[in-house]
Design a protein around this ligand. Structure first.
Ligand SMILES: [Fe+2]
Length: 321
């Protein structure tokens, strides 16, 4: 069976992509950002996922105000990089995983989440920047290390989905992945954020306290996050901070209790707070090992069962007699 082994949260600041594409990663301003992802890239090389599901938002590249799907799942065999105004980024075409994607679409739609199915779609920096941050720079004529299933979420035009809806969609995606018969190791990305606002009187807003509390709760107490209304994201994290609801799809796809493998936070990159976290599901066998008390108690209870039954029989006998 396929299984989700970990979730990755990562900002997808477009200027990070430009820094990679223009060989500026060693400049002091950018080195501060990229050095925070070196351990993550090592973790990714070691984890070697078979497939990545990447939750991101399109920035008027594949969609426009003419067409605003709330959740759009990429079921195509490949996803070319979009031209975002300066020509497509010099990254490889993203290979999809149509059979797993179609399986997820069927399972999730039958679970009453109305996904839009995309059999042709270009992908923008929202997806390719986090791929670079986690997989490193990949030559345009080479290949990304694993197939990717894009899941685009509308956080650009009002109304975006609620955090709770996103979290529950993550739950449905996990169920879908776990019912796929092939033995695949899957990771899921939640991208965007953290706090930022790119226009208006509050342009440049960054709220590190809010961001760090969000990361803390994402790791330990995600139920606190699912209740946050949109207006709180807007007020506390800026107009574009609403992108953070996409991290809740990733979190919903994980177990309730996870291990925080790694975290990184820095400000600013461009005018955005950069947040990053890796959360790993505990191996199922390890689950049993991590709750020894429970098993010891049940084993002890099992061992005492004959004595308990005998005592109960004796009690019944004494009542009758
Ligand atoms: Fe974005």
């Amino acid at each position: 069976m396929a299984r989700i082994v970990a979730g990755i949260g990562s900002s997808h600041v477009p200027a990070i992509g430009a820094a990679i594409d223009n060989n500026k990663t060693e400049e002091p301003y950018w080195k501060r950002v990229f050095s925070g992802f070196e351990k993550s890239q090592a973790w990714m090389r070691e984890t070697k996922p078979d497939v990545a599901i990447i939750v991101y938002n399109d920035h008027a590249s594949a969609f426009s105000v003419d067409l605003i799907p709330t959740f759009a799942l990429g079921c195509a065999a490949e996803f070319p990089p979009a031209d975002e105004g300066w020509g497509p980024r010099p990254v490889p075409v993203v290979q999809g995983h149509p059979t797993l994607a179609s399986h997820i679409a069927q399972s999730v739609i039958l679970d009453e989440f109305d996904l839009t199915i995309c059999n042709k779609m270009e992908v923008d920096h929202g997806m390719t920047v986090p791929m670079n941050l986690l997989f490193g720079k990949v030559d345009k004529n080479s290949h990304w290390p694993c197939p990717v299933i894009p899941l685009a979420v509308n956080v650009v035009m009002y109304p975006p989905p609620t955090g709770h809806r996103c979290f529950m969609l993550g739950r449905a995606i996990r169920k879908a992945v776990e019912s796929y018969p092939e033995d695949l190791k899957v990771v899921i990305f939640g991208t965007g954020g953290l706090s930022h606002q790119i226009s208006g009187p509050r342009a440049g807003l960054i709220n590190s306290k809010w961001d760090k509390a969000f990361l803390d709760n994402l790791s330990k107490d995600p139920q606190k996050l699912v209740k946050i209304p949109h207006v709180d994201y807007m007020r506390e994290a800026g107009a574009e901070g609403i992108e953070m609801v996409m991290w809740l799809i990733m979190r919903g796809a994980l177990d309730d209790k996870v291990d925080e493998v790694y975290r990184f936070y820095t400000v600013p990159a461009s005018n955005t707070a950069v947040g990053h976290i890796i959360l790993a599901n505990r191996p199922r066998a390890a689950h049993r090992r991590t709750a020894p008390g429970v098993h010891k108690r049940s084993a002890a209870r099992k061992a005492k069962a004959p004595a308990r039954r005998a005592a109960a029989r004796a009690k019944v006998h004494s009542v009758r007699s």
